[in-house]
Every structure is written in C-alpha cells, then in structure tokens.
Design a protein around this ligand. Structure first.
Ligand code: HPA
Ligand code: ZN
Length: 312
C-alpha cells in the first residue's frame, strides 16, 4: 500500500487509548489512589479472558479522567499516535455514561474532547470527529437522559453508537434512543456480532438504523446476513488485535478477515482499545502481514474501504 494513501480509523474508543503511563500521570495530577503498585503491576493485569474481563479494567482505569484538561490530553495523545499510524481521518467513540455515572459532568468530557478535535487537523494532520456511544449494560432510561444532555450541550458529535457488554443486551432495547438520534440527523453505528449472535447485527440494522456495524464478525455464521451485508455494502469495522485479546478468535492466523474480504464484505481494520490490546492500526496491519500474509493489495482495499465507510 502507498503509505501516503488516506486511511480512516472508525472504531476506536478514546478511553481505550488511555496508556498506562498516562493513567499514572493523571492519577498523580488528580490525587487518585490507584490499586496498582507500579506500571509493571498494572500491565500484568492486561490479560483478558473475554469482553467483560477487559471492560472491568477499562472502566476502573477511567477514574483518573476527571477534568476537561484530562480528556483533552487523552485525545491529543491518541491523535499524535494516530498520525504516526498513517491515519488521516479518525471517528472516535466516547462513553458518556462511564463518566457521568461516577460524577464527572458531561460538559467536562465533551469540552475536553472537542478542544482536541478542533485543533486536530492543524496540529496532527488528522481530520477528527466524535461519536457518543451508549453503554448498553446500563439502564435504558439513563441512555435517554444522557442523549438529552448531549443535545442540550450541543455536543459536536457526528453520530451515536452502542457499546459495552453485548450478551443479554440486544440492540432492540435501545430502539427509541436511536430513533431520537436519527431525528437529530446523527449517523448511527452499533457494536454487534462481537460476542453476540448474528441476530443482534440484524437488529442493529433494522431497529436502530445502523449505517455501519462495529465488529460484526459473527455475521459469518449466517449466510443470509452475509449476503445482505455484501449486497448493501454495509461497512464492518473489524478489530483483529481486539478479537484475539478478547478471545473472540483463537489467533491472528485464524482471523476471518481474509474470508470476509473474499466474500465481498466492506471491511476495514481498526484498533478498538489500542492501549489494552497491544497496538494501534499500524501495528495491526504489521501483525496481519506477518500472521495472515496480508498482501499490499488487500491492505489497499482495506484502506479504501475505511475511507468509503467514513461518515463525513
Ligand atoms: N466491545 C464492546 N464495548 C467496548 C469495547 C468492545 O470491544 N471496547 C470498549 N467498549
Ligand atoms: Zn469497540
């Protein structure tokens, strides 16, 4: 692939870019007592057995994020690293409820992230945008409240997503919240088919109006769904390093990415939570080249798919 070719990252949680070093420096700045003796102790916990085991650490570490300055520092660190990875367009998620539920005002979160996004093109050469994501294992009423507050704050978000623990929390629960988002002209995307069944992907499309599916790899279990995804060219934002670390697939060599490309699915490569899963998008491409024999041609297709799947 021509390294100067445009590349979009469409599936990255900004809180999942919180590197161990930044956790320690923010803890010191905000006088937060961490339950880890040092960096090595923290890093020793980055061994996951499934999505929930990761989410427990991901949410716990967020306690160090408290002020707009913290959120701006977090986003700037990601944008700096994303530029190095060759990313020209970044549409990143944030989880409002992960912060409001522990007493952080939504305005601190939004102001800090928006500040970094506003300067991203000039400072890093990355065109950046924010997608608010509903935390699906929290109450539906809370999702409505937080969406209302985002609208009151006129938060500069381009879309609404759905993330966190998937099993037992079908997209159907959130139909009304997503209808409100569509009425506001927001783009829609949803995590589905990571740990959850193909049926959740169908619900995300039909009930939420999702324009993209985040992960979606379990769609492969349903040939009818695959045919539809190909026919409608619905983008799937695939995260190979995440899938291995969360044991959704056994190894990179077994990853279905090539099968998905060969089936004609519109797939892109993304990092998900790079501070936790062993790397950013450039690391993912390098690992795929090594372990899956990803060719330059396939890499070019993946990059072009990412740009075509970008919301703006
Ligand atoms: N899946 C669901 N929710 C998440 C993830 C993920 O991989 N990362 C952060 N929130
Ligand atoms: Zn994700």
């Amino acid at each position: 692939m021509d390294e100067s070719e445009p590349l979009a990252e469409l599936h990255v949680h900004i809180e999942g870019t919180l590197e161990p070093e930044l956790i320690f420096s923010l803890a010191e700045r905000n006088r937060v007592a961490l339950p880890y003796s040092d960096l090595a102790d923290l890093r020793s916990r980055y061994e996951f057995t499934d999505l929930q085991s990761f989410l427990d650490l991901y949410y716990a570490n967020m306690q160090v994020l408290q002020t707009a300055e913290d959120f701006a520092d977090l986003a700037r660190a990601y944008l700096t690293r994303a530029a190095r990875a060759g990313i020209t367009r970044a549409e990143f998620f944030f989880d409002p409820q992960a912060h409001t539920s522990r007493g952080v005002p939504l305005s601190e979160v939004v102001d800090g992230l928006a500040d970094a996004v506003a300067g991203a093109r000039a400072e890093y050469g990355v065109d950046a945008a924010m997608i608010a994501s509903i935390v699906r294992d929290r109450p539906v009423t809370e999702a409505h409240e937080v969406f209302g507050e985002l609208m009151r704050l006129q938060a500069p978000v381009i879309g609404l997503g759905l993330d966190s623990a998937e099993m037992g929390y079908p997209p159907s629960l959130f139909e009304d919240v997503f209808a409100r988002a569509r009425a506001e002209g927001l783009h829609i995307t949803a995590h589905a088919g990571e740990e959850g069944p193909p049926e959740y992907v169908v619900q995300a499309l039909d009930l939420l109006g999702a324009e993209r599916i985040d992960h979606g790899i379990r769609s492969l279990e349903d040939p009818e769904l695959v045919a539809r995804l190909v026919d409608e060219q619905i983008p799937l934002t695939v995260c190979p390093l995440s899938n291995v670390r969360l044991r959704v697939v056994d190894s990179l060599a077994d990853h279905p990415l090539r099968r998905m490309l060969d089936a004609g699915l519109s797939v892109s490569v993304n990092s998900d939570d790079p501070a936790y899963f062993g790397g950013y998008v450039d690391d993912a491409f390098a690992a795929l080249q090594t372990h899956l024999g990803l060719t330059d041609e396939e890499r070019t297709t993946l990059a072009r798919n990412s740009i075509r799947a970008a919301f703006d």
